[in-house]
Write a protein that binds this ligand. Sequence first.
Ligand SMILES: [Zn+2]
Ligand SMILES: [Zn+2]
Length: 389
Amino acid sequence: MFAPPGVKTNHNEFPIPDSMKAWVLGGPGELALKQKPVPVPKKAEVLVRIDAVAICATDLDVIWHGPPAMIEGGAPFNKNFTPGHEYMGTVVALGPSVDEYAIGQRVAVEIHAGCGQCKRCREGMYTSCHNYGLNYGDVDKGHRANGFTTDGGFCEYQVNNINTLVAIPEAMSDEEGTLVVTAGTAMYALTELGGLVAGESVCVTGPGPIGLLAVAVAKALGAQPVILTGTRDNRLDIGKALGADAVVNIRKETDVVAAVKKLNGAKGVDYVVECSAAASAVNDAVRMVNRGGRVCLAAFAHEEVAVDVAHIVRNNIYLYGIRGEGKSATHRAEAFMAQKRFDACLIHTHTFPLDDLPTAIRYAKDRVDDAIKVVVKAKMGAAQKQAAE
Ligand SMILES: [Zn+2]
Ligand SMILES: [Zn+2]
């Protein structure tokens, strides 16, 4: 039985085994289900029983290509590494000194703990930690990013620093809990990095999970209008249900920039959140914003793209990338979700058992059955199992 010195447990209510099921990355695209020891929480850490974990497009990048994962200074392949980063669960053990959380508390988990000692961490920008990936050997700065630089969530238990935890209410389902960090990323893009205030106008390009929740968060923040562009009507309809005032199907419009401008008095919008990674997306985005407007790049493009720099300079346009969910933005996103200001579950489409992770990944990767957010759970109810079959 799991009983490390200095660690508080409650085996009557939350028994913890010594070893657990964990998916391990072999070569590119190769995942194998293995047994690993249950990790031990250190000072300021808790052990989280993972109740649900969502699959993200970035997991697919990691599993097939490697970056942005960085394990022991290099590619994550054949290093006994467990990917997965969008998880929620239940606190089942407390490391030394932890009294901020209680055993039995349900939490969503931010991905990045940061080193806590670099300039960016001290500013609250721990997702841009200057010691990214330095958590091993004689360069150990204690940096952690679940499923990127340390073991992640495609397993049964994981340790997490208390600074990465967000308490969630009982009324929030496990599936919705996995979406708190995605909504937190949208929040960080719009408020902390962007400076959005109520009444400003926003266009989101690309109705993937971050794009759709960027629509929801922008509307909840009082943006007006909120416009969503994309190629699939079913996803644009979900965007409307999440608060988009107008949608543009770019397959049906010859000039998407003109279409977006027309929807905001021909002036262009104050913000664009670019979530499509399309080759033309950056140049379209800088033309959709008005003079002095801001463009947040949230999608990982796989190729270098040419950008009209003169247009950006002449029009005083701000262009910024975003990595993850800094400045505790997830807490503010969770507040919107707990108040039911939008229904993030509209983007959850499928749930599979943890043992069926390869099937779940195939659904997410190939968008089988119009999959958007696919979730895996170690313990599923009978009804959910049926729905997954
Ligand atoms: Zn993700
Ligand atoms: Zn740092």
